[in-house]
Ligand binder design. Sequence first.
Ligand code: FAD
Ligand code: NAI
Length: 474
Amino acid sequence: MSQEFDVVVIGGGPAGYVAAIRAAQLGLKTACCEYNAYADPKGEPRLGGTCLNVGCIPSKALLHSSELYHQAEHSFIMHGIKMEGVSIDVPSMVRRKDNIVNQLTQGIKGLFKKYKVTFLPGLGSFVAQADGKWQVKVGEEVVTTTHVIIATGSRARHLPGIKVDQKLIVDNEGALSTTEVPKRLGVIGAGVIGLEMSSVWKRLGSQVTILEAAPDFLAAADTAVTKEAWKIFTKKQGLDIQLGIQIKDVKVGENTVVIQYENDDGDQTLEVDKLIVAVGRVPNTDGLNAEVVGLQLDDRGRIKVDAHCATNLPNVWAVGDVVPGPMLAHKGMEEGVMVAECIVGQAGHVNYDAIPWVIYTQPEVAWVGKTEQQLKAENIPFKQGQIPFQANGRALGQGDTTGFVKVLAHSETDQILGVHIIGASASELIAEAVVAMEFGGAAEDLARIAHAHPTLSEVMHEAALAVDKRSLHF
Ligand code: FAD
Ligand code: NAI
């Protein structure tokens, strides 16, 4: 007799494993299947999806290591610390990253045991619906379940004619496992992955050229932030970022890649020792047998869902990168929790207006809510306060005064509409803005909260005060 569950989650990434844990916490008999796209050397299934295996976690580990190396080489001296003969052992750096990945992916298995989630290794696909239940095939076994949560995530988009071999031409997977510093690194796409990976390899000594098709740099961010980021990344850090280009041809030699492209000045050629392709991601729906059960997809191949992540099929839900919305781990996790709570009749909810974005470059870029250009386009009246880290004692002490905090609030109600940060620890500072926005807070609320002194968070405080033109330290 086939195993029977209340919930089967297909996909063990952050959206899936969190959905499974929450469902089990709520008393549902839950299983999660994972077909092991990121197999470990022993061929054992690994949970954690893109995020833990080849995304958020490994990229941040390498970003941190490379930043420490860069500081040792360039910044320690301003504190009077003299370093001689600083060198980088890239294989050790990559091994450390791999150990973190192993620890965390094993940790999810431990969490499954703790919360009594059954782990089913294998590819999950729909078989049929019968008597109000779904049959799902996992590997060679067919299980029966009342609810299915699809959390199959996404994979790197590749470009026609550019074969990713994960050696000379890599996507995020190869970029995170490279053990030699390429002398000349090419990157297609100046998006989040392009900028984070370029930062790592630039700090380690690569000469980096980024080729971006869009005419604008980081169009989703506030223009004040993008202007500052552009200045820092290109002029100060030396990233060669070319906008509005069109790739014509990519040829692979023995140890080099030659890219023909066109920009405003005509045809160009770039020869590099490694090429990273980072041009967005595509949803994973191929293995699901979606067409057999009539699961509806949108024109970009994502699963169509309503505001509670319910699909067009009864008791079938979809969460994370495989559905529309920002492809962010925390967004997927919140959706996973929402769906599990909706299944047991609770009021599961995700506030999509308060999902923070972070780019883990140095300085970090973080924002939540609307940008100034969006407010203008939507004719929403606003006021703003912007304060540089230069005016902050802690930032001066740390020797890192780049950037600013900008708070946008409704000119009549004072409600916070967006907060944009470029600077040290922006990824941590943005949390305060998210809390404020989640609770419908006003700039005045942030302005009246005591912020510990001396901390970088005082810049947020001052920016909120500046909305009402009453900053105290600037
Ligand atoms: P995934 O993590 O893609 O997991 C889906 C899982 O489902 C995979 O393990 C896959 O093997 C499995 N699967 C697919 N089909 C089947 C099937 N039919 N049966 C069984 N299993 C299946 N986001 C952030 O918020 N912060 C970051 O700093 C960040 N950094 C990133 C850095 C990089 C380099 C990349 C590539 C992404 C980054 N992201 C980041 C995005 C983040 O990784 C994704 O948003 C997140 O992993 C999506 O979670 P998910 O569970 O929806 O999908
Ligand atoms: P992206 O969407 O951020 O950027 C892709 C870039 O490639 C865009 O600027 C696009 O204009 C450009 N592009 C597309 N086709 C091109 C072409 N043919 N030639 C040149 N440029 C081209 O996608 P990216 O960087 O691949 O990251 C995927 C997703 O992963 C992100 O959108 C984000 O959701 C997630 N992610 C999140 C991170 C974070 O939260 N810090 C870090 C890394 C990834």
